[in-house]
Design a protein around this ligand. Sequence first.
Ligand code: ADP
Length: 191
Amino acid sequence: MNLVLFGPPGAGKGTQAKILQEKRGLPQLSTGDMLRAAIASGSELGRKVESILAKGDLVSDEVVISIIQERLKKPDCAKGAVFDGFPRTIPQAEALDKLLAGLSRKIDVVIELKVNDEILLDRVKQRIAQGLSRADDNPETLKNRLAVYHRNTAPLIAFYGKQGKVVTVDGMAPIPEVTKQITAAVEKAGG
Ligand code: ADP
């Protein structure tokens, strides 16, 4: 089962990806986490992408595609994976389809977590107040991340819609309810 968790920044993709990982043994492939790990390690890649993440802009397709390509080679991905924060552009989605086809696999289902922009902004403010915020969690950067999402990433709904793979879930519902809806979609898709 290969699943894409799709939605704006702060929609709860990471939370649900972790639950899927625990319940179904599908590894969470978060390009955001991988890029933050590269920054924390002080690697050349990390130094290259640090200012891009800080602004909330997109890292180049080439970089994230090669990170995912390498990650997919690890044995824990043999039974599939949960893609979290990737793909974020049409070229990334096309590259992912090709990569998976080369492994005789495909994306089975795309879960779209729908959350209003105002609620996302409230969530970030809450994270800041609780001291749980990341370097790119400030209202200004979030506005840019949202603009980038609407411009570059939202068109993927139509891309996967044409493939008949999108299931939309209300991301404003309580966490267990979101999990329930995702579970139903995964089971319907054969997982
Ligand atoms: P969010 O929780 O805001 O969706 P992520 O943790 O997924 O954020 O990603 C954080 C940042 O990492 C993004 O704002 C972007 O700069 C970079 N990034 C992550 N994934 C990708 C991707 N697939 N393509 C380009 N940039 C990415």
